[in-house]
Design a protein around this ligand. Structure first.
Ligand code: SF4
Ligand code: SF4
Length: 445
């Protein structure tokens, strides 16, 4: 079934400049292995993986070097062949130092693969087990271990799997290129997810600024009547889970609930490909697809890089940064994290590296609130960002809690839309963390 509805969307949101032209027509390049990789043990939500190698261990690419520890955790594989030189705390692109296994590469390129499984006869249990063994985590930002999302609780009936093909953050084009270059694998990955969860209905939600990918996806699902391609308005944050679900199904995820609770599982485009590669080719998740862009990098690219490659190596491979570069961000410009230590490595869920110039960053003077109400109009979750930010700044956390601060998904739409350039999401993030600490203290009291 092919949806003809081209106007599906959600209330609120903003239209930042897309800035995808620097990389949208560039095919993926495979980056050569770096001399050294740094593999954080926490590349996912949940408990860190437990190392099973030590200093001096010889490892092969694709071999497990740290085991899953607990239900919400994921194993970590060596992305290269070589020798473990140390296990130490190091910088990460998510902003917190984490323990990591450092491996010196010996330049042997062979990868240890798992046996290939036939996608037509593989069972749901075998898919979930393979996804777990391959260490696959969500590539949409939160890095949730994927096998957990493929194992919904028995009392939750799932009706539909939605692949998130929106890629609504400016600059980023990796999901777009994956949909163009590996269209059939995206759809076959979705079919494996549907089988694993026991669901007969699937959809790909994609913004209407990607006509070539839409055409290819529609062609690829011609023989799969249970999969629809849902063309959505181009608007930020269309790719946020709750917004995507609203646009595709018309249903809302109630505050404090998860997509599971209304019968939906969302997966990212890159995750679907990783699942396909793990099942059909036997590959563990040892590479990541990233967009390197911004006016401050000499050669913007879409790259396949080994997990654990330091940012500095990737920036060098892209011709180095220009003299007028002022900021490096990992992720998109709306939700990404500014970087200060370029020895930090890319991780399984890293989707982009942006090198921005002064002209590109919204670095204007703040002014007092103009009471224009634009942030309230734009908030997709019907919050009052101006009040939440103010209450956080004056430490009235209980009042902010009453106004639903914990519901905020930190999308940054309010900050983007504010003509006074107030750091709304930054204050809200601070207030939300404090409220969540208060809530935990109350629970323990
Ligand atoms: S960051 Fe929070 S308050 Fe601001 S627009 Fe997004 S959800 Fe609303
Ligand atoms: S958008 Fe900015 S200036 Fe306008 S009401 Fe919200 S905080 Fe104030």
């Amino acid at each position: 079934m092919i949806s003809m509805n081209h106007t599906k969307t959600f209330k609120g949101g903003v239209h930042p400049k897309e800035k995808k032209g620097l990389t949208e027509n560039l095919s993926f390049e495979e980056m050569p292995n770096p001399k050294q990789v740094i593999i954080p043990l926490t590349q996912h939500l949940g408990k860190p993986a437990k190392p099973i190698v030590k200093k001096g261990s010889e490892v092969l690419a694709g071999e497990i070097i740290a085991e899953q520890d607990g239900f919400i955790s994921a194993p970590v594989h060596s992305p290269v062949s070589g020798k473990v030189s140390k296990i130490t705390a190091g910088s990460t692109v998510i902003g917190f130092p984490k323990d990591a296994i450092v491996i010196e590469s010996n330049k042997i390129n062979e990868i240890v693969l798992m046996p290939s499984l036939d996608p037509e006869i593989v069972t749901a249990e075998e898919i979930r087990e393979r996804v777990k063994l391959a260490g696959i985590v969500g590539q949409g930002g939160a890095a949730f271990p994927t096998y957990v999302k493929l194992s919904p609780p028995n009392d939750k009936k799932i009706d539909i799997i939605i692949l998130n093909g929106c890629e609504c953050e400016p600059y980023l084009t990796r999901d777009y290129r994956l949909m163009i270059e590996r269209t059939n694998d995206v759809i076959n990955g979705l079919r494996l997810i549907m089988k694993a969860v026991g669901v007969s209905k699937g959809a790909v939600g994609i913004e209407d600024n990607k006509p070539e990918a839409i055409k290819k996806l529609k062609e690829a699902v011609k023989n799969f009547p249970d999969i629809s391609i849902e063309v959505l308005e181009t608007k930020y944050p269309q790719g946020a889970e709750k917004m995507l679900i609203k646009a595709v199904t018309g249903k809302e995820v109630p505050p404090g609930k998860l997509p599971f609770d209304i019968g939906v599982v969302i997966q990212n485009i890159g995750t679907a490909i990783s699942i396909y590669d793990a099942v059909v080719k036997g590959e563990p998740q040892i590479t990541t697809a990233i967009t390197v862009s911004g006016l401050g990098i000499n050669q913007p690219k879409n790259l396949i890089a080994r997990v654990g490659t330091p940012l500095a190596d990737i920036l060098d491979y892209c011709g180095g940064v220009k003299e007028n570069a002022v900021k490096v961000v990992v992720g998109g410009p709306m939700m990404g994290v500014a970087q200060y230590d370029f020895s930090a490595p890319v991780m399984k869920a890293t989707s982009g590296i942006l090198v921005l110039t002064e002209a590109e960053i919204n670095d204007y003077e703040e002014t007092p609130c103009l009471r224009c109400g634009k942030c309230v109009e734009a908030c997709p979750l019907y919050l009052i960002p101006t009040k939440l930010a103010r209450l956080s700044a004056i430490e009235k956390f209980e009042d902010a809690e009453q106004l639903g601060i914990t519901v905020c998904m930190e999308c940054g739409t309010c900050t983007y839309t504010c003509p006074a350039n107030l750091p709304l999401v930054q204050w809200i993030r601070f207030g939300k963390q404090r409220v969540m600490t208060l809530q935990r203290e109350r629970e323990l009291a």
